[in-house]
Design a protein around this ligand. Sequence first.
Ligand code: AMP
Length: 612
Amino acid sequence: MSFSELGICPEILEAIEVLGFETPSPIQERAIPPALNGADILGLSHTGSGKTLAFSIPALESIDPAVRAVQVLCLAPTRELAVQICREVDKLALFLDGVSAVPIYGGASFGPQLAALKRGVQFVVGTPGRVIDLMEQGELKADHISMLILDEADEMLDMGFQEDIERIVALLPEERQTLLFSATMSPAIRKLVDMVAEDPQVIEIERPQLTVPTCEQLVYEVVFSSRIEVLSRLIEMGRMKRGLVFANTKRVVDDIVDGLLARGYAVDRLHGDMPQTLRERVMDSFRKGNLTVLVATDIAARGLDIDDVDTVVNFELPRDPEDYVHRIGRTARAGRKGRAVSFIGRRDFSLLGRLERFVGVRMQREKVMTGAQVEEVRRESLVDEILERATAENELPEELSAIDMPVEQLLSAMFNLLVAKTSRELQPIPEDRPSKFSRPNRVADDDTAPVEKGNDWSSLQQSVTLFMNGGKLLGLRPKDIAGLFYNEGGAPKGSVGDIRLFLKHSLIEVTPEIAPQLIERLGTCQICGYEVNVREDKGRPDAGNAPYEREYRPRERERRGATYGGRGNTNFKREREREERGSSFRDRRNRGGDRNEHVFYDKFSRRPRRRD
Ligand code: AMP
């Protein structure tokens, strides 16, 4: 079939020829003719199917160029998509005099968008938040709108735009045509379709299989600061013999490699800055099985062609769904089984939804394995290994045969020694705590968890609080402080309790016996490249034992991850910036002069400066 058989007007056919499209895609072939005839459409098709053209062509044909008013309103979930749709519409409208599309989205100034509306633009593509704002202000008039398009409707619902969409639809003329596109069908989409469309023609396009069924796709909700520990636990539980770990930046790649090396694993990195010869050497080493884990960025892993990777870990989700497909395509090759594990934070749920829609698979939610579970598995695999070796050929070594002791006692001592010798000391993570919420792993995001505890998550029976003049602004994490106290301060296991991070200082609970040693050793010390002091906490100079500054807690809106959507974003950002800058000048003055004596803050940005 050709485009000319679809009933498209000559001007648009000419533009399609200029664009170089030869044959219509299945969604175009099936949606364009009924849409040109005025039918409502429910198109179930994914990104990449050519759906933009499928709705833009009938939309452009419905416009009367003589009427200088909005006639087509297209709603899209993100500003990027709105801009992309406008670009495609403009290309198709190349030979249609005086017809163009304008994107309208939040987070940008109203000026140019208002000017376009005043000029009499006929095709508006907008995000629901900004569109409803302009409609309610009377700037975007609905009386001439004869077509409503909802693109990526499932994503708009996932992003919480349902209410905005309902308000917009209530303001539109009843007499109109509606084209709704969604990658997935769900009860919520069905409800939306019933509300906006009338007896729509349903067109479903089978999506090509992007991932193989032999690849198990799992998701762990893990705070960022716990991820290296969770990754280590995956290795330790024998779930990763040859793993490929992906991160989005070189810096995170380096952090992962450092963290895993410190725990004693055979691991190396691949990133763009490395000379080709070094990269080849690392890949070769991975291929030969000398490395358990290879950590890479997407770009660096491009040339990597290895068949038997058992696990791919997305330490961070990729922004681009295509990258997700490339990443996990490195496992479960040639009919083998494989596993793709993705770590997500609280704010990644919308991105996760986008990835799931793109690959057409719902990923399996898993609970992070607790320290106790890891211990259990370790012990069980030790028993398995012992049993494997316990063949009839084994003879009691001479050294043991002379020992006069019940065999259970001896065996138990040997087993405990083996456990101690082969086990890494697990780092406690928030995910070890039983969840207070019904959802598994409902834990706070990295920087929404100001209170992190030390060794065994139980408060110390008796404790004293130490003060350190470095906190969130230095980018410190509880584990950095715990590392300092245990490694540099020589604190024995279990002697560090709550670690509370504030913007510019931290309070650390320790057992009373160890406090003098810590104050002596860490009186002046280095943490993450900054010089800091640790001393006994004497409380706020003018307020008894109250904290010196407000504990850093992101605002409720941010904690809910509501950073998308146009409205209120700018104010929110400003508030957030104000909060990050810290407390008022008066607060700082009251806090006493000696608190930050070794940490210098830049005069203008108020960010800490390293003291090199
Ligand atoms: P979409 O699903 O609308 O995001 O389109 C995906 C990509 O396919 C876009 O880059 C379009 O330019 C391109 N495209 C759309 N229709 C066709 C077609 N009939 N032939 C070739 N490419 C197309």
